[in-house]
Design a protein around this ligand. Structure first.
Ligand code: CU
Length: 467
């Protein structure tokens, strides 16, 4: 019974994974019914302008089941939605009051290496980091989160994440919903594992590191089963799988169809309609949904292990808002490549026994540059997830600084989800994905890694130098 219909991905891997998951995770639904207080969907405040201030701080998140100790940006949990435009010059002031070191990485952003916020740009406890750079990128829904070597998973799990929108002249000219918090909503979806006191504490065991630290509740924008009151009309949702290591399948309770218009790095060449969406950790998709009738519809998150959670409710009133046509196509320029001339590289993502997470046989070493490449060059990379029979586990592959074009998934043309700009792709056991990447403008050290954060923190990462 394959739970997820993933075109082109290998189904054998899914079956193998389900079998190993079946053992350990049946207890997951423990705390689900305790909800009594429910609120409206929290909308992260916008952070805009030339000078952007972020404070990394500790806090508390109150859920109906209990109160957890958390971390956030400018608040208790998660962070503001940063919104900038292509061409803007931005100056950040990022103060770390966590009492421990961390970093802030701009996931999906084309950015000078020294401001990338990876493991080399540590923000020491009590200090302030001041990256400043020009936004030079097309409209996209990106995000930001810590990236400290060995601590990324814990910091993200505790709540350190926020959305990072780029707009441009083209996106602003489109006839689509773009009023933030009115008809254009961020949805940061995250599962969290509550203990018997209703708190989430990051403490993965060895098998959690392998299989993923999978939760027993699902939060959206840091809230448990919130509701959103809307009028009849067309709504745009910018969805982030903000989990550490859970693949999600999203759908509506009433099986309604929606239109996918953008992936990680911006608009798709052609939009498409679907009733469900599979998302790996760190992937983003933008969707348009028409609510035509008064009533209620729920967003459902099915985690890869089969556990299914109502995530939020949409309460549609009788009043009429604005309907928008769903654009069929958008401008998108894929990475131009030449299979004869471009340098080719292969990345084999492999899990060896418990805790051995390697790429091309190596575990992450901050003192080792895995390879160098030339600025203003295009490369073709093949990423392979090495299956190990029953031990096969999924991975994802994320490259810093670039939005790449997927050329093939297991030898076939990619499906619609992978037809546009991407910075993160999902690899089921045995999968082989070929991508074209263009490196330009900046030199320095960037990272590539599995975005299952427990895998990343266990060594499934490498670094390259753009010269
Ligand atoms: Cu992985």
């Amino acid at each position: 019974m394959p739970l997820f219909n993933m075109k082109n991905h290998k189904k054998a891997g899914i079956a193998a994974l389900l079998m190993i998951l079946a053992g350990g995770l049946l207890s997951a639904s423990g705390n689900k019914e305790i909800s009594s207080e429910r609120g409206t969907l929290p909308i992260p405040p916008l952070l805009e302008g030339e000078n952007l201030n972020l404070v990394m701080q500790r806090g508390e998140l109150k859920l109906p089941m209990g109160t957890s100790k958390t971390m956030g940006f400018n608040g208790n949990y998660l962070g503001p939605t940063i919104r900038v435009s292509d061409g803007d010059f931005v100056n950040f002031n990022i103060k770390n009051t966590l009492g421990e070191d961390s970093t802030v990485h701009w996931h999906g952003l084309h950015v000078p290496a020294e401001y990338d916020g990876g493991p080399h740009q540590v923000i020491k406890a009590g200090t302030t980091w001041k990256p400043s750079f020009k936004i030079d990128q097309k409209a996209a829904t990106l995000w930001y989160h810590p990236h400290l070597l060995g601590k990324t998973a814990e910091h993200v799990y505790n709540g350190m994440a926020g959305m990072f929108y780029i707009e441009d002249a083209y996106s602003k000219s489109l006839l689509i919903p773009q009023k933030y918090g009115v008809n254009d909503f961020p949805l940061v979806i995250q599962d969290r594992k509550l203990n018997n006191k209703g708190q989430f504490i990051y403490s993965p065991g060895r098998s959690d590191i392998m299989r993923g630290y999978i939760g027993n509740i699902v939060l959206v924008n840091g809230a448990y089963e919130p509701f959103l009151e809307i009028k009849k009309g067309t709504y745009r949702f910018r969805i982030l799988n903000g989990s550490n290591s859970s693949i999600y399948k999203l759908r509506f309770s009433d099986k309604r169809k929606f239109t996918v218009i953008a992936s990680d790095g911006g608009f798709l060449p052609r939009s498409f309609n679907t009733a469900s969406l599979v998302m790996a950790p760190a992937e983003r998709y933008e969707i348009l949904v028409d609510f035509t009738e008064k009533g209620k519809s729920s967003l459902i998150t099915e985690i890869y292990n089969g556990d299914t959670f109502k995530t939020m409710d949409f309460t549609v009133s009788d009043s009429k808002g604005t309907f928008y046509p769903h654009p069929a196509a958008f401008t998108y320029t894929p990475v131009a490549y030449d299979t004869k001339k471009n340098i080719k590289r292969t990345f084999r993502m492999e899990t060896r026994g418990m805790g051995g997470f390697i790429i091309n046989g190596k575990s992450m070493d901050l003192n080792r540059i895995d390879f160098s490449l030339k600025k203003n060059s295009t490369e073709i990379w093949t990423i392979e997830s090495v299956g190990m029979g029953m031990m096969g586990i999924p991975h994802s592959f994320h490259v810093h600084d670039v939005q790449f074009t997927v050329l093939s998934v297991n030898g076939k043309k990619p499906g619609p989800l992978y037809s546009g700009p991407k910075d993160t792709v999902l690899l089921m056991p045995g999968d082989r994905i070929v991508i074209a990447l263009r490196f330009q403008d900046y030199t320095g050290i960037y990272m590539y890694h599995c975005h299952f954060l427990e895998h990343e923190d266990s060594g499934m990462m490498g670094q390259f130098m753009v010269e």
